[in-house]
Design a protein around this ligand. Sequence first.
Ligand code: DUC
Ligand code: ZN
Ligand code: ZN
Ligand code: ZN
Length: 486
Amino acid sequence: MSFDTVIRGGTLVTASERFRADIGIRDGRIAALAESLGPADRVIDAAGRLVMPGGIEAHCHIAQESANGMMTADDYRSGSVSAVHGGNSCIVPFAAQRKGMGVAETLDLYDSRAAGRSVIDWSYHLIISDPTEAVLAELPTAFARGVTSFKVFMTYPLMKLDDAQFLEILAVARAHGALTMVHAENDGMIAFMSERLLAGGHTAPRYHAPSHPALAEEEAVHRAISLARLVDAPLMIVHVSTPEGAALVQKARLAGAPVFGETCPQYLFLTREDLDRPGTEGAKYICSPPLRDAATQDALWRHLQAGTFTVFSSDHAPYRHDETGKLKHGPEASFRQIANGMPGIALRLPLLFSEGVNGGRITPEQFVALSSTNAARLYGMLPRKGTLAIGADADIAVWDPALTRRVAAADQHDAMDYTPFEGRALTGWPVTVLSRGVPVLEDGAFCAPEGHGRFVARDRLDLTGLGAPRAPEVDPASNFGAEILR
Ligand code: DUC
Ligand code: ZN
Ligand code: ZN
Ligand code: ZN
C-alpha cells in the first residue's frame, strides 16, 4: 500500500491516549495508523515529536466589523496564516449580523470575505444582534448551510438582547440541534460603573477593569444558565474570566445540564496590572471581559485541569495599536472609546502547551481535548476533524515539545503591530502543520497554497445522553410543556 504522505516515528496524541505509530495519508485523509508504514511520495520525520490533531480555533474575530463599524486588522488570509503558525488547521470565526441584515445576507457577506482567502478550512458562528420574527424564521437557512452555532450578547448597546429575545433564540436552537454561545456580562452594571468612572475623570485604560466588574459576569452567567435551563437548551458561555463564572458553569455541569464553558489565554497569562502600562500601552490590553488578577489566573487554571472548560480559545480580536485601531480616538481617548480585544491566534496553543503541558498542569491528552477535539465535537465537526482516526481529514500538527522560542510580534504573521505576550519564552512549538494532507507549515515555514481553505458545513449538536432534569413548568409531562418546547 502506498501513500501520498507518511508521518514517521512520532508519538501520536489524541484526547484520550498517547502511542507510537506512523500515519499514512491518502487523498487528504488519514488512511492508516500502524507501527511502520511506507512507501510514500513524502515522508515527514516526526522522531522526538508529538503528532496531534491540528488545532481548531473556535473563537476568533476575522474580517469582522464591531457594532460601531471598526474592522478587525486581520482578514481571512492574514488571520488564517497566523493561525497556521500557531498549530491550527481550522478556524471558526464569527459572521456578525448587523441590525437590519438577514441571515443569508450575513452568511453571504462572510463567504465573500473568506472564500479564496482562508488558507485553512473555516466555518462561522452566526452572531445574532437583531432577532426579529423574520430573522428567527430565517435561522433554519443557517442550519441548512452548516452553520449550527450562534453567539448572542447580554451587553453592548448595539448588540445586546433582552432575556425574552435570548429565550426565543435558545428555543429555536434547541429545536434544530444548534448551540447558542453567549457573551455574559450584565449591561446595566457596566453602564453604571462606566458613567460614574468617566464622570469622575477616571478615563485611563486601567479603569476599563472596574467598569466591567466580576459581579457583572457572575450575574449574567447565572442568568444565562437559568434561561437555558428553562427551555432545556444547550449553552456555551464564552470567554469566562472569573472564578465565580467558572464555578457556575461547573455547578450546572455537575447537575447534568448541557452547559459548556470556554476560557482564553489572556485570563491565564495577563492581569489588569497590564492596563496600567505607561503612555498608551495600556490600550493594548483592553478586552472584554477585562483582565483580572493573579488569584483569578490560579482559579481558572484549576478549572481547566478539572474539566470545567470544554474549550480554550484565543478570542483573537485584532485592532492595531495605531489610528486604525486602538488609537482611533487619539492618545487621550477614554477606556470606553478604545476598541475591545487583543490578538493571539498564533499563541493560544504555544501558551497552553508551554505553561500547561510543560508546566505540569495538564496532560498532552488534555491539551488535545482543549485545543481541538472538544471543539470538533461541540461544533459538529467530529470525526471529520479534531482527531487522528482512519477516515478523518489529515489535519495534523507536529510539535517539537522541547523547542524554546521567545514571543515577538513579527513572528505572529498577522496584520497586527503588537502582541500582548511580547518577550515571553515558551517551550513547545508546532513545526509542521498539514491541512487535508497538504503542508501549510513545514519546519516552521509557511507554505500553504493560496486559498487552500474550504468552508466546513458542520453537523448539528449531538447531545445524546446529555440532559438535565427539566424545569417542571416546561416538562412535556405537564399540561402545556409540549406547547412551550416545540
Ligand atoms: N467579545 C468577544 O468575544 N471578543 C472581543 C470583545 C467582546 O466583547
Ligand atoms: Zn464576547
Ligand atoms: Zn470574541
Ligand atoms: Zn504600538
